[in-house]
Structure formats: C-alpha cells, structure tokens
Design a protein around this ligand. Structure first.
Ligand code: PGA
Length: 258
C-alpha cells in the first residue's frame, strides 16, 4: 500500500455553527493555513454553509469537505444531496460512514459502499470512517469489526489512486477520552494491511485518527508511524485550537519527509 507522507488534518464541524460563525472560522483557518505548507487541511461545515465557506476559503490551500452524500445522482430523494451538487459547491472531500450517521441515520456498510462509489465517480475524495463501540472493544472484537466495515465498504470498488480512512473508535468520539496512541497504531497498521488485501493495488492511503483529538494529545497520535493525520470534531470549532493542531502537524512534518 502506498505511503503518504504529508499529514491531513480535517475538521468535522458536525451540526454546529451559524453562518457568521462558519465564515469567521473558515477565514481564520484559511489565513493560518498559509503558515503550515507541509500540512493538508480540510474543513467540513454543515451543508447550508458550503457555499459561504467555499467563498471564505477561496485562494487558500484549505480544502472543502461535506459531512455526507447521497448515492444517487439525482431524483426524488427529499432532503438528500448528490455527489455532483457537492462538487458544484466546491467540495473536494466528503466524509462517509461517520459513526453518528451509522448510529442515528441507519447508515450500513451497504449504503457506505454505494456512497463511496458515487463520490469517487464524480472525483470527490471520500473520507471513510470506521470504528468499534466500547462493548465491541471490551469483547475483544475491535479488529473483527474494523475488518467487516472495511470489506463491506471497499470490496468491489475500483481502487482509486488515493483514499482516506479515519479510524474513529466510537467510545472516543466527543467523550474527552481519546484512544491511546498505541491502540490507534495497532488499528491503523491493521487497516493498511487489510486495505492492501482488499484492493491488491497501490493506493495513496491516508489513515487518520479521530476521537477527542485536542492540541494537547495530537502529537502522540501524529508520532505513531501509521497515523497520517487527524479527523477533529470539537476542537475544530475553535480556530485557536485547530490552528495549534495544524502547527503541531507542521512541526512534525519534517521528520516524515523523504
Ligand atoms: P471529536 O469528534 O473530536 O469531537 O471527538 C471527532 C469526530 O467525530 O470526527
């Protein structure tokens, strides 16, 4: 599996921000991103703010992402947003299969597969989220769960040149209790090996860690050899915290180049 050396730091704003806050946050991240040239940065605002945030990011190196997408191109799907609409709104990335979508909106490995296929077909870069619940971890099923999610989502997809997976243990999301970097490393290495088995092709793979990432703990994750960045929720809503995370990734980037 191809190794991607630059870090990707992505902010998942979830169902937060009103327009003025979203635009202000985007402007501040865009401004700061110029001082972290080695880091790839993405922010995923709520759907209604994609356009104003795209405008605020214009001319900056920050990529725009969406938090979800439908698998159909168009049609009678009230409330849904198509991959082409996201492209047209300026999105480069889309988060697919976040555990909150699986938990509250009935997302399954099958719908995740269809969304990935649809997103890739229009040239969007998906960020596939996988992760186990606390019960699953305590039962010793972590790798089994991750394996099932990966095969369900990826088997049968034409391998893209580049792909991003976020390992987000459900018990670490929004809880203030992050995984230990060693736990992340174990699962990240497993994800890499498993994706190589599924696709049997050379793919530039970013494997991000997500779940209670803050400026105080991000360094431990980024130092793990198979962690290629972070998917940040709560701390991405505060410009200062998110920009500090970017600075830390920039500082650690030198050690990863070459
Ligand atoms: P958190 O969320 O950083 O608030 O834990 C991460 C995520 O769900 O992507």
């Amino acid at each position: 599996m191809g190794r991607v050396r630059s870090y990707l730091i992505a902010g998942n704003w979830k169902m937060h921000t009103l327009r003025a806050e979203a635009v202000d946050l985007a402007r501040r991240v865009a401004e700061h991103a110029r001082s972290v040239p080695a880091v790839r940065v993405m922010v995923a605002p709520p759907f209604p703010w994609l356009l104003p945030v795209a405008e605020a990011l214009a001319g900056s190196p920050v990529a725009l992402g969406a938090q979800d997408v439908h698998w159909e191109r168009k049609g009678a799907y009230t409330g849904a947003v198509s991959p082409e609409m996201l492209k047209d709104a300026g999105c480069e990335y889309v988060i697919v299969g976040h555990s909150e979508r699986r938990q509250y909106f009935g997302e399954t490995d099958e719908t995740v597969f269809r969304k990935l296929q649809a997103a890739i077909s229009v040239g969007l870069r998906p960020v596939l989220c996988v992760g186990e619940t606390l019960d699953q971890r305590q039962a010793g099923w972590t790798l089994k769960v991750i394996r099932r999610q990966l095969w369900g989502a990826l088997e049968g997809l034409t391998p893209p040149a580049a792909f991003t997976i976020a390992y987000e243990p459900v018990w670490a999301i929004g809880t203030g209790v992050p995984a230990h970097p060693e736990q992340a490393q174990e699962v990240h290495a497993f994800i890499r090996a498993e994706v190589a088995r599924i696709w049997n092709a050379s793919v530039g793979l970013h494997v991000l860690y997500g779940g209670s990432v803050t400026p105080d703990n991000v360094e431990g994750f980024l130092r793990a050899p198979d962690v290629d960045g972070a998917l940040v929720g709560g701390a991405s809503l505060k410009a200062e915290a998110f920009c500090t995370i970017l600075d830390i990734a920039q500082n650690l980037s030198a050690g990863r180049s070459g």
